[in-house]
Design a protein around this ligand. Structure first.
Ligand SMILES: [Zn+2]
Length: 79
């Protein structure tokens, strides 16, 4: 829900950038789970990341310091 609200307040260029991030056209690293391009906003110099907006997942099986792509993060069990 919060992501949808944020979406409506975004400018066209921000929306376009977001789509490119989701599609992997913008990437900062490779997902350690699936090897697909993933985007971390922290790595890109921002203070927060899109993953903060997701419901908290159980990342105990993931080595610390590695970011997953949206797809893999959403597949993790909820805490
Ligand atoms: Zn992945």
């Amino acid at each position: 829900m919060s992501e949808l609200t944020a979406w409506r307040t975004m400018s066209d260029s921000e929306q376009e950038q977001k789509i490119q991030q989701i599609q992997g056209q913008h990437s900062t690293h490779t997902c350690s789970q699936c090897g697909q391009p993933a985007y971390c906003e922290i790595s890109a110099g921002k203070e927060t990341c899109w993953c903060f907006e997701l419901t908290k997942r159980d990342t105990s099986g993931i080595p610390s310091g590695t970011c997953l792509c949206r797809h893999c993060l959403e597949k993790l069990p909820l805490l």
